[in-house]
Structure formats: C-alpha cells, structure tokens
Design a protein around this ligand. Sequence first.
Ligand SMILES: [Zn+2]
Length: 283
Amino acid sequence: MAEKKTTVSASESTRKKKAVTTEGGKNTVTAKPKGNATGRRIGAVILWVFAFVFEILAILAVAQKIDFSFLQMNPLVPIIILLVLDLICCIIGSMLWKQANHIDPASEKNKTLFWIWNNMGLIVTAAAFIPFIILTLLNKNADKNTKTVATIAAIVALLIGGACAYEWNPLSAEQKAEQEGIFADKVLPEGSVYFTEYGSKYHLYRNCSHLNNSEKVYEAIAGSESNEGKSCVDVALENGCNDVCKTCKKKFEEEVGLDAAEKLKAEEEAKKKAEEEAAQAAE
Ligand SMILES: [Zn+2]
C-alpha cells in the first residue's frame, strides 16, 4: 500500500512538471482519440475511386486517346501529373483506412481475411498502378522515351504508395480487448500512457528509455476530458499503437504485477455492478 502511495505522488510531481510542457527539453502533448471510423472508411473509398479515375486518364493519355497537345508541353508532363494525383489519392486513402482499422479493429480469427482487410490500401495501390504499367509496356504506338519514363515513374509510385499503404502495425479486436483488460485506467502507474507520432508501442512510464530521443511525446491522461470517455489504452491504439512497450510492461510487472492489475480491475467492476444494482433497487 505504501508503495502505491509513492507511485501516486511521483505521478503528481511529474504531472506538475508536465504542465510546463517541457521535461528535459522535450514536449509532452495531450493526446486525443481519433474518433469516427466510418467517416474515414468512406473518405478512403472516395479517394480510391479518384485514384482509379486518374489511372484510367493516364492510360488513355499514353494511348493518345486523350489529346493533351493543347497544353503545348511534353506529352510526358500530363502523364506524370496524373500518376502523381493517383499516388496522392492512394496514400491519403490508405492512411484513412489504417486509422479506421485502429479505431475499429477487425477480428483476427480468420488470418487471411484479417490481412486483406488491414491491407486494402496496398491492394488498391497495386490495382491503381500495375494495369497502367502493363498497358504502357504493351503499347506499340507510344514513343520509346514516353514508355520508359512513364513506366519507371509508375513503378516508383507503386513502391512509395505500397510502403505507405502497407499495415506495419496491425491491430486486432482480440489484441485491443486483451490490453484494455490488463492496463485499465485505474491501474496505470502514472494515470497516463505515452506514445510518439509514428511509434507502434505505447508506454506506461514517461521516463521510459525508449522515449528519450523523441522530440514530441503524446500523453493520454486517464479520466480526462480530452479522452472523450475513452480509456488511455484506447486513445493510444486509435493513434496507431498496437501493443504495450516491452520495457514498460516488465517494469509494470515488477511494480504492480499483471495479476494485481487484473484483480484491481475485477474489484472495480464488481463495485460498479453493486452500485448499479443498488441504484436499481432504490428505484
Ligand atoms: Zn516504454
């Protein structure tokens, strides 16, 4: 019990320091949940449709079915511009799709479907460039220079778009439920979790060595208004994380204990249930 008290006071003193926002010259920024998954999915699909439109226009431009000669410039210019627009739509669409999957993760019971769902952006990006590459290579009328440059540009775009669209940190519904079960807000050692812009792991301690070199650290504070009723772990997962940092987990196991954490959470839930029952009985 005494140990728990020191943890709390330590967290209070860190909180005070954080109010100044700089700690060791580094910024700690309050994190927010990402919000709506459906809106992001719709946005992604709309952008992907545009990506296909730009690809078709680029194919027609190579086949000289669309005449861009009125622009009075090298015929390669409109083709490259169309490919860039295609790429931008693929990248932004895939980012939205990946964010949606971290807000509303799919079950990993079926591994194949889970992979396909998480990598829809990658599949769309492939479909948004590979037909263009094949048709350009097969085109017998286009001049050699146009064919070569357009093909290379499309391959580069495919590689960049593919790397951006690939889900490097997949999160499943099962993973989310498990982490919410262990690291409930009530048992967080500092009442917060921390993560960085592109990091896939969230941290339970602000002074974790893995955060030492981060310019900007996001903090999700338990029970805060900024969390909009969500748990700290939820906020971290929505912001692109998919697991807890191993160093922090080890420290947490030593200081709190995973069993103790589960017990605390069960007590908390039993208390809540009893309160609800009492309220019902009073009615
Ligand atoms: Zn850590």
